[in-house]
Design a protein around this ligand. Structure first.
Ligand code: SF4
Length: 666
């Protein structure tokens, strides 16, 4: 009998704004092809290039996937392992954890390897039960932005609904690059908007090339630019004084700084043409306007201040609480009325990723390390020190992953995790106000298990008996789903793939109530002032790099999803050799040529890269995309080797875009 194909709707759970609906063709229980879902409002039948390759490549490659638990037999980091049964592995892991008298010396690191709700959250329950220390995931990405927006507005997780684009007249994208990080939003939502498009970015990204106005500012001058725009708007009499009076606390604290931020001064600090600043400021002020706050823009030494300054544009002009207006950092489950806190619970203690390398080298601080959903050797700063810490023979290390990553080779036990194509879960996209089903399309490869099942089994091996540690996926999915307006079960959601949850586009901060102590937007923050920060945002611009140095920017590229996909052969072919992109004038000044190998150095380390001359990069900037797998890259390192763990002014978050590098021709 000829086999019949069936098509399963599921959802891409990557760290991406798009959250594409997918269609998986399955024959006799075997996945044949993974495609975009034609009926999905974002994907419209197409996956991005990287996922189209990886989901039909390395994600289903039995040679590359981990399929059995592994136990180390060689020296730490040698990558020599032997297969072992799940029971044996989990019994030994449990026994070794129980021997650790201070549970706070058990660290666990995780991030966005998958954003599905259960696989991305439930393991936290286990670690919270044992009292482990969480390496705060957002500190390697976007914590500064979260902290200051929550301080100012009461939440950082309730942004504009993208559907409001139909009602807006100005879309300002500040420090985000949808052409790489939200490819469908770039080619659809951004490209087709009839609104004026303003892009603020030091790099002429694909999205910047679509803009009506591109403000190509000097890195580190974002706050100064925002204040300069506020100056223009105030001079034009476009401040919404009634809004400020009624809904804002402490706006008077920034008025003098706005008055001082003249166009001439702002142009000098930012390197942006004064006429363009004026044009963009007035377009935004007239509104209705949406401000997309990228995550990259707060990864700088004054990232907290920057993120306090940018929303002043919305605040001063009353671009909040009405159709077509607002800002968005990201949308959490709260925009859909869902409290997902029960999945993981709260960590007993946490530390910053910026401190991880130092702590890993201190046996008193860390005796055991679990990493799941991330690959710290590729994604964390201070790579050399991370490797040194991981090489400690006395550090008991367990890694759960799909692949033998640069981090997994240091583990005592490597536990094979199932891919998102192999179990049911739920996804709440962080841009769209929808809910999506992640649907099992095939059995887990080999003996691999979903993250949540790994930690249920480990809880049993530890002898725990609290029911919460064994809650089923079905129960958690139902508890999440019943908080939404979706009328149906998970089975109903599986049929449609993605469900919209609002009949009309949601208005951000509708009713203009804010979950701050005063109930108003708090521009002046006594809380931050008590911690030693300025009480109000400042018109700061970083100094230019020291003579001869370049400011290094390391955003996401087109072909990697954080550090995922770096081990896919076709992706590697797309990536080619690791490069640094430089402006032609910097290349000429240094007597370099296309393809020359140069050494970038900081006090943390160095890396050798091929020069690519690029008109997209301004003078004084070196651009090199992040997240290659060190072990698969010449020199066994990626761009993180240069980062000593530079941190933001607020929240101990990464300030990786503040690095200055020396560049030498080899
Ligand atoms: S990574 Fe983003 S663009 Fe690519 S398939 Fe997944 S959701 Fe879509």
């Amino acid at each position: 009998m000829p086999a019949t194909d069936c098509f399963i709707k599921t959802t891409c759970p990557r760290d991406c704004y798009d959250a594409c609906g997918m269609s998986v063709r399955v024959r006799d229980g075997v996945i044949q092809n993974v495609m975009g879902d034609r009926g999905h409002h974002v994907a419209q039948g197409k996956l991005c290039g990287k996922c189209a390759i990886a989901y039909n490549g390395v994600f289903r490659d039995a040679e590359k996937r981990l399929s059995v638990p592994l136990r180390r037999v060689g020296k730490k980091g040698d990558g020599q392992f032997e297969p072992v049964s799940w029971d044996e592995a989990l019994a030994d892991i449990a026994a070794r954890l129980k021997k650790i008298s201070d549970p706070s010396t058990i660290y666990h690191t995780h991030y966005t390897g998958t954003l599905s709700m259960i696989a991305g959250g439930f393991p936290g329950r286990f670690f919270n039960r044992i009292g482990a220390t969480e390496v705060d995931p957002d500190t390697v990405c976007n914590k500064a932005g979260h902290v200051v927006l929550a301080d100012m507005f009461g939440t950082s997780l309730s942004g504009f609904d993208p559907e409001q684009i139909a009602n807006t007249r100005c879309l300002m994208v500040w420090g985000a690059n949808p052409s790489h990080s939200a490819p469908h939003m770039h080619s659809g939502w951004v490209k087709s908007t009839g609104a004026a498009l303003v892009v603020v970015d030091p790099i002429a990204t694909g999205t910047a090339r679509l803009a009506d106005i591109h403000l190509q500012l000097r890195p580190g001058s974002d706050a100064a630019l925002a204040f300069g725009m506020l100056h223009v708007i105030k001079q034009a009499g476009l401040f919404d004084r009634a809004f400020i009076e009624k809904h804002v606390l402490g706006f008077d604290g920034v008025e003098a700084e706005i008055d001082a931020a003249t166009l001439e001064r702002t142009a000098a600090l930012t390197g942006v043409d004064a006429a363009l600043i004026e044009k963009a400021a007035l377009a935004f002020a007239r509104g209705p306007s949406l401000l997309w706050l990228g995550q990259g823009v707060q990864r700088q030494p004054k990232g907290g201040n920057v993120f306090r300054a940018l929303p002043l544009l919305n605040i001063a002009t009353g671009q909040l609480g009405k159709p077509g207006a607002g800002f968005c950092y990201m949308n959490g489950t709260e925009t859909r009325g869902v409290d997902a806190g029960f999945i993981a619970g709260s960590a007993a203690a946490s530390v910053s990723h910026m401190d991880l390398a130092a702590h890993l080298n201190d046996p008193k601080k860390v005796r055991a390390l679990f990493t799941w959903n991330n690959n710290i050797v590729a994604s964390s700063p201070s790579t050399k020190a991370i490797r040194k810490g991981l090489a400690r023979e006395d550090l008991f290390t367990v890694v759960a992953d799909l692949f033998m990553t640069d981090t997994a080779v240091y583990a005592d036990y490597v536990l094979p995790a199932a891919s998102f194509l192999e179990f049911d879960d739920l996804i709440f996209p962080y841009f769209h106000d929808t809910v999506s089903a992640q649907v099992k399309a095939a059995e887990p490869l080999g003996q691999s298990l979903p993250n949540q099942e790994i930690f249920r089994r480990l809880a049993a091996a530890m002898g725990f008996d609290e029911p919460a540690l064994f809650e089923s996926d079905g129960s958690m999915i139902a508890r999440l789903l019943e908080q939404t307006s979706f009328e149906g079960t998970f089975d109903n959601l599986k049929e449609v793939g993605t469900a919209r949850l609002f009949p009309e586009p949601r208005v951000q901060f509708e009713g203009l109530t804010f979950a701050t102590p005063s109930g108003r937007i708090e521009v002046r923050s006594n809380r931050l002032a008590e911690q030693g920060h300025p009480a109000v945002p400042m018109a700061h611009a970083d100094e230019a790099p020291e003579e001869g140095r370049l400011r290094l920017l390391t955003p996401a590229g087109e072909w990697l999803m954080n550090s995922s996909y770096g081990n896919d052969t076709k992706i590697a072919a797309q990536l080619g050799p690791a490069k640094v992109h430089l402006n032609a004038r910097d290349v000429a000044r240094r007597k370099l040529a296309q393809g020359d190998i140069v050494r970038l150095s900081t006090k943390a380390g160095h890396i050798d890269l091929a020069v690519n001359i690029s008109a997209d990069v301004p003078e004084g900037v070196a651009l090199s995309h992040k997240s290659r797998w060190p072990s698969l890259t010449k020199g066994e390192s990626n761009i993180n080797i240069l980062n000593p763990g530079l941190r933001t002014d607020i929240a101990d978050s990464t300030a990786v875009h503040g690095l200055e590098v020396e560049l030498l021709k080899l």
